[in-house]
Ligand binder design. Structure first.
Ligand code: HXC
Length: 509
């Protein structure tokens, strides 16, 4: 009996070594942790339960039947907890055939995906892989497709999170692309459909891994990644922080954590946040920091479309999604990128029953050929569609400008806002006073224009015309914003909205 137990220990120890000490050292030399070290950091200490540790590939081609068979086959899978809450995890093991995906490797990932969906718990994938196991050919492609299909089945049911911690190429990119969030590690991770060598052959373009698909590209230009971290440790700790904000699934509702922060806390500094000059910017993040519990805000896609801010905070210990125009970047204007970014976030919150708080200071949509040729109409419509369709509690607060179509789009009363507040500094109008007067009184003398501008400002550049019509529920003191939003959210907890039956909508993709 003792022998058998020892044998098990030996087999386990061998499996835990993955591709062996040499390859583990090489992994460390690149500044990367191994798959098991990553899981240890991600999950609560000692909570990891591993599955399929002894699975091996069955490939017999290209000498694979004669080579060393490494248990686990390039991916470590199982479940554990993050601050006591259940999550499922798979981590590609680069030390085993470059973490490449074989038929059996795919089956391991698929098993975990199915379990996560059955248990209605989040799934986290840690990527570090050379893509399809080249020796396995179509069996590998089939394995990928099985994973993609499960990603889609689970979409909107359980949170799916991807963390890119090394190479992620070919087949490996599309599964993360269908998950809710993608994060990367700076300098050690890259993501692309085809690598620099293929790019050179096909297009003659010479690019590095970083230029083609590093974190610097995917957090700014392509917006594929929702954020990047300096190293593996920081990335994994931040994923733990994110998990704390997310519901386990689309039915259980947001998690509730104890909070010391008084929901009715007033903040006098907000009364002077808005500058006297309407064209002067101020930092919307300062407002967000003062509204959410303990100033704890988890921003997403911070480096892309900075003119709109998206992320999670808590009020009364319960998660809220925050969407806010940022006057510090492009005056907070809505352009194609900002519209797409916010639309995707609103859809996420709605799918997972996370209430949305929207702060509005928007001078309109960005004019110009670049935007129109780039499909601004459709991209703007995405945000309009996402808000209009949302059935979660929607609380909106207009701090300053809410001009034109952008007023309608930013969770206005008309498209479903439940409680719409405005600060006394709000300006709700078709456009700014000067532009409006120059159209209505074209050809007027400078004196006339100046006089009419003042009249327009007095009449329209305030919250009261909208409030007179009930489009704004209440004009509130800036210092009481947190208290008003907390009370509104508490009232809205029982919100129920029925939608007409349909197979699915036809969102302007
Ligand atoms: C089998 C692979 C592999 C793969 C790497 N390895 N990629 N084995 N299939 N796809 C093995 C290597 O042979 C090596 O084995 C070990 O992993 C480490 O690889 P290195 O090349 O030494 O590492 P590094 O220099 O860091 O380069 C990493 C890399 C490179 C950039 C990822 O390995 C690479 O370019 N790999 C191939 C990438 C690729 O073309 N994949 C197929 C994509 S097509 P030893 O034994 O020496 O440790 C695809 C289509 C699917 O995915 C589409 C589905 C929709």
């Amino acid at each position: 009996m003792r022998d058998i137990l020892d044998q098990l220990e030996d087999r386990r120890a061998q499996a835990r070594l993955g591709g062996g000490t040499k390859r583990i050292e090489a992994q460390h030399a690149k500044g990367k942790l191994t798959a098991r070290e990553r899981i240890e950091l991600l999950l609560d200490h000692g909570s990891f339960e591993e599955f399929d540790m002894f699975v091996q590939h069955r490939c017999v081609d290209f000498g694979m039947d004669k080579g060393e068979k490494i248990p686990g086959d390039g991916v470590v899978t199982g479940w554990g907890t993050v601050n006591g809450r259940k999550v499922f995890v798979f981590a590609k093991d680069f030390t085993v055939l470059g973490g490449s995906l074989s038929e059996t490797h795919a089956q391991k990932v698929g098993k975990i995906q199915e379990m996560a969906l059955r248990m209605r718990a989040p799934i986290i994938g840690l990527y570090d892989s050379g893509g399809a196991r080249i020796q396995e050919g179509v069996a590998s492609l089939a394995g990928y497709a099985d994973i993609f299909k499960r990603n889609v089945t689970a979409s909107g049911v359980i949170p799916q999170i991807s963390v890119i911690m090394g190479p992620c190429a070919g087949g490996d990119v599309y599964s993360p692309a269908m998950t809710d969030f993608i994060f990367m590690v700076r300098d050690t991770s890259y993501m692309y459909v085809t690598g620099p060598d293929v790019v050179k052959t096909v297009t003659n373009e010479i690019v590095t891994h970083e230029e083609l698909g590093g974190a610097s590209i995917h957090t700014t230009k392509s917006s594929i990644s929702d954020g990047a971290f300096d190293n593996d440790v920081e990335a994994l700790l931040q994923i733990r922080r994110l998990i704390d904000f997310l519901p386990a699934n689309n039915l259980d509702g947001v998690p509730e954590w104890p909070s010391e922060d008084d929901p009715l806390r007033r903040d006098a500094s907000l009364d002077t946040l808005i500058p006297d000059n309407a064209n002067q910017p101020y930092d919307m993040k300062e407002l967000i920091g003062k509204i959410v519990d303990e100033g704890d805000f988890y921003e997403l896609s911070a480096k892309h479309a900075g003119n709109i801010i998206t992320g999670f905070g808590r009020i009364e210990g319960r998660t809220v999604g925050i969407v806010a125009n940022q006057p510090m970047v492009l005056a907070g204007v809505l352009d194609s990128d900002a519209s797409r970014k916010a639309a995707r976030f609103v859809r996420y919150c709605d799918a997972f029953e996370i209430p949305i708080v929207t702060f509005v200071d928007v001078p309109g949509f960005l004019p110009g050929t670049a935007q129109e040729y780039g499909g601004l109409i459709k991209h703007g419509a995405k945000l309009l569609f996402a808000y209009s369709q949302a059935t979660v509690p929607l609380v909106t607060c207009i701090t300053r400008k809410a001009f034109g179509g952008a007023y309608d789009v930013m969770a206005s009363k008309h498209i479903g806002g439940d409680v719409n507040y405005a600060w006394p500094t709000a300006q709700i109008a078709v456009m700014g006073a000067k532009g409006a007067v120059e159209i209505i009184f074209r050809g007027g003398t400078p004196e006339e224009i100046e006089q009419r501008t003042k009249e327009y400002e007095a009449r329209f550049l305030s919250p009261f015309v909208a409030a007179e019509r009930g489009y704004i529920d209440e004009v509130i003191m800036p210092h009481s914003t947190r208290a008003r939003i907390s009370r509104a959210l508490a009232m809205l907890r029982t919100k129920k909205v029925e939608q007409p039956w349909r197979k699915h909508d036809n969102m302007p993709l």
